[in-house]
Design a protein around this ligand. Structure first.
Ligand code: SF4
Ligand code: FES
Length: 250
């Protein structure tokens, strides 16, 4: 039997690049406590059984976005995923899919970090307003327009769930596009055209086949799939405009 009443078995990916030719699973039995998350189980292993186990975490509150892993094949924040939901186990804990493994459960997200600045995820102004001219005020309605898209914690669960990113790493991917939409919807921003020029390219929004898994797995309800569809609409309108309007009217 994989586990007894008071414990649950974790099947954890181990990969040490200096010695292993490929990742392997290692089993650990951890206490099955009602309030314990998968991250608590991993920390138990690290503290009590094997100090060499490597994984990322920080806040333990679903805020920092660093503890994402595949739990029984699904991308999850391990600090918000309870062991008891998987009883009697075993529970398979693996690194997020679609990223190279650095070590054990730690993945390399450099690809995302390089793509993110391409969509200019900051406020762009087309005037020269300075701090001395005062603040940019917003109404609650203007804040609501982009708030959902501003909740992203860069946890990368959406990239791990995205079959298109898995097949085509050039695809900009869900979170970067959702962040572009977040700034487009901000009443203080004038950078929508600039972002659209990037996302209208083949590797921008067009690769998405609207599987929708990114939105399903997002722990912050950001709805990246919705952002991608909105961008497709904007890009399609641009293409129509370019086709029917003379250049000086575009
Ligand atoms: S969009 Fe959601 S799943 Fe994707 S990185 Fe942001 S918070 Fe994580
Ligand atoms: S440890 Fe910060 S989100 Fe899980």
């Amino acid at each position: 039997m994989a586990s007894n009443e008071d414990s649950i078995r974790l099947e954890v990916t181990r990969y040490r690049p200096d010695g292993d030719s490929e990742p392997q699973l290692q089993e650990y039995d951890v206490p099955l406590r009602r309030e314990w998350t998968v991250l608590d189980g991993l920390n138990h292993v690290k503290d009590e059984v094997d100090t060499t186990l490597s994984f990322r975490w920080s806040c333990r509150m679903g805020i920092c976005g660093s503890c994402g892993m595949n739990v029984d094949g699904e991308p999850k924040l391990t600090c918000a995923t309870f062991l008891s939901d998987y009883a009697p186990g075993p529970i398979r804990v693996e690194p997020l899919s679609n990223f190279p493994i650095i070590r054990d459960l730690v993945v390399d997200i450099d690809d995302f970090m390089q793509k993110l600045p391409k969509v200019s995820p900051w406020i762009i102004r087309d005037d020269d307003v300075t701090e001395i001219d005062g603040e940019y005020l917003q109404t609650p309605e203007e804040l609501d327009a982009y708030k959902q898209f501003s909740m992203c914690i860069n946890c990368m669960l959406c990239y791990a769930a995205c079959p298109v990113y898995g097949l085509d790493p050039e695809f900009m991917g869900p979170a970067a596009i959702a962040l572009a939409e977040r700034y487009d919807l901000d009443s203080r921003d004038h950078g929508a055209r600039e972002r659209l020029d990037v996302l209208i390219e083949h590797e921008g929004v067009w690769g998405c086949t609207f599987v929708g898994e990114c939105t399903t797995v997002c722990p912050k309800h950001v709805d990246p799939a919705g952002a991608i569809q909105r961008y497709k609409l904007k890009a399609a309108k641009e293409n129509v405009k370019a086709f029917v309007l003379p250049r000086f009217l575009q």
